[in-house]
Design a protein around this ligand. Structure first.
Ligand code: 3SK
Length: 513
């Protein structure tokens, strides 16, 4: 239950001062360590700095920012002052920023100095954009965030928002079309921490959490800000790209107790045989994975080598965080687990009828977004009454575990039988020479559809015809005979979204020429 007035920033940040956690470490970033008192003061200064610009309530503030202490200061400060922060991916081309600034009608952009050259072309001809603030040492000729914070007062009364007010947006890239603004409410942050972070992830005040997924992703935002600040834990931020060596370095240097990764990164860290717990964190007690389904083999190998189980789960930008998850002590690798208590799941066939064992996954729960900004048709298709349509196909087994089969439009029908590309990909990556795989439908020349695989090999492995034959028979030994890939193409990389999700549709387009 929420009070009439509820501001999530007061709940997640200010509460620690009244609960006497002011001296506790809230954040460790590349430059230093910050207590909850430091964090609360920076949040207040940021909120006051935005108010000093004369912004009206609900003004959007677009954040193109690297992970570091300025990120939570701007995000929670904007929210506390009644504005709407819109963190966006830092790896995009300028035309995407141009779309997001225009689409959100942001009046302010806060950009990390290192990113300014790639953002600059998007800043021109934006009728609503009045202020560009640079987080960095020189400011590159524009107002510097550090100066605005220094000039602002350290105390701030929270704006009288309600739990149903829009608190922030995230952009959802999806597989097609321009990114859509997903509007989330103040109440949604609390829902993800109360339902997932505390009871499933088991985060507590003594935890130190490190998320390889960046703060601008819904997954990273929960892992790196909502969850630690919900309980007074410590978050570790790293600005650079999460390569395996960089992640291993943070695991070693900061000894986190919880690590949040994505399947590609788990697999890439494991590909270096010398990586193990002795080179990571002796305190590591729990890992989570999301973004795409974690192959069974990767989960088992990680647990054996790092001594901590991975809770694989699935979430979405629209639902804000994880709604299906494995639970500690009952992990079944190769599955996405069961609905997180507080969420309901249903499987629906192509006629919209609820089915018991195989269909498209719909989710109901209290962290669902309010809708897409300015996209009425897409909102109607995705937010259907209390249900959110995920676009993912799942099977549910007799024990209630959900098994990912692929995007609704990725399933392949071979001789009347459905083939889950994910199942074939999982079989392929069990082969010791394979790093990653993607499977799509391919016409065999007679108009019949069969699976085709694109495979990335581990470093130093040579692709040749013998390996192709070896991989085909390897897969045949693992899955039903009609599922093996009739063609295999070797690639250097696979196309992925910014959140690391495989884009099979791009391979289909490439395949069809
Ligand atoms: O992709 C996911 O599984 C996910 C998980 C948590 C939050 C957001 C997303 C997209």
């Amino acid at each position: 239950a929420f009070d009439r007035y509820y501001n999530a920033a007061s709940d997640f940040i200010d509460r620690h001062l009244t609960e006497e956690r002011g001296d506790k470490t809230a954040v460790i970033d590349d430059a230093g360590t910050y207590t909850y008192r430091d964090l609360a003061e920076r949040v207040n200064r940021a909120g006051n700095a935005f108010r000093a610009l004369g912004l009206k309530p609900e003004t959007r503030i677009l954040m193109i920012m690297l992970d570091g202490i300025d990120f939570p200061a701007v995000y929670w400060g904007a929210m506390k002052a009644g504005f709407v922060p819109v963190p966006v991916n830092t790896l995009l081309p300028a035309h995407n920023y141009q779309h997001m600034i225009g689409d959100s009608r942001a009046q302010v952009v806060v950009v990390s100095e290192a990113l300014l050259p790639s953002v600059e072309p998007a800043l021109a001809n934006q009728p609503c954009l009045d202020h560009v603030i640079v987080a960095g040492s020189t400011g590159a000729g524009r107002p510097r965030l550090a100066d605005l914070l220094a000039a602002a007062a350290p105390d701030l009364e929270a704006a009288p928002t309600t739990s149903d007010d829009v608190a922030f947006w995230l952009y959802s890239s999806g597989s097609t079309g321009a990114p859509k603004g997903v509007r989330h409410l103040h109440r949604n942050l609390r829902a993800t921490s109360d339902l997932y972070a505390v009871p499933v992830l088991g985060i507590g005040e003594d935890d130190v959490i490190f998320s390889a997924a960046k703060l601008f992703f819904a997954y990273g935002l929960g892992n790196g800000m909502t969850f630690p600040f919900a309980v007074g834990a410590t978050a570790v931020y790293m600005a650079e790209r999460p390569t395996p060596p960089a992640v291993m370095r943070v695991l070693r240097e900061h000894q986190p107790t919880i690590y949040c990764g994505v399947p590609t990164l788990y697999a890439a860290i494991l590909a270096d045989e010398s990586n193990d717990r002795s080179k990571a964190s002796a305190r590591l007690r729990r890992c989570i994975s999301a973004g795409e389904a974690l192959p069974e083999d990767v989960g088992k190998r990680w647990e054996a080598r790092f001594g901590a189980e991975i809770l694989d789960g699935v979430g979405s930008t629209e639902m804000l965080h994880i709604f299906l998850s494995n639970q500690p002590g009952s992990v079944r690798y190769g599955t996405s687990g069961k609905p997180v208590p507080g969420y309901e799941a249903r499987l629906v066939d192509e006629h919209g009828t609820e089915v018991s064992d195989f269909g498209e996954l719909h989710i109901k729960g209290p962290s669902a977004a309010d809708g897409y900004w300015n996209q009425r048709d897409k909102s109607l298709m995705t937010f259907v009454g209390p249900w959110t349509v995920t676009g993912d196909k799942y099977t549910r087994d007799a024990d209630g575990y959900y098994h990912y089969c692929g995007r609704a439009d990725d399933m392949i029908k071979v001789s009347g039988n459905w083939v889950s590309p994910f199942e074939v990909e999982s079989a392929l990556i069990e082969h010791p020479k394979v790093l990653e795989a993607a499977v799509i439908p391919h016409d065999d020349g007679d108009g019949l559809i069969k699976p085709k695989a694109y495979v990335v090999l581990k470093d130093g492995v040579e692709a040749d015809g013998d390996l192709e034959i070896e991989l085909k028979s390897f897969v045949k030994s693992k899955v039903a005979p009609w599922k093996y890939p009739r063609w295999i193409e070797f690639m250097d990389t696979l196309p992925k979204t910014a959140t690391g999700k495989l884009q099979r549709f791009k391979l289909r387009e490439m395949d069809q020429g």
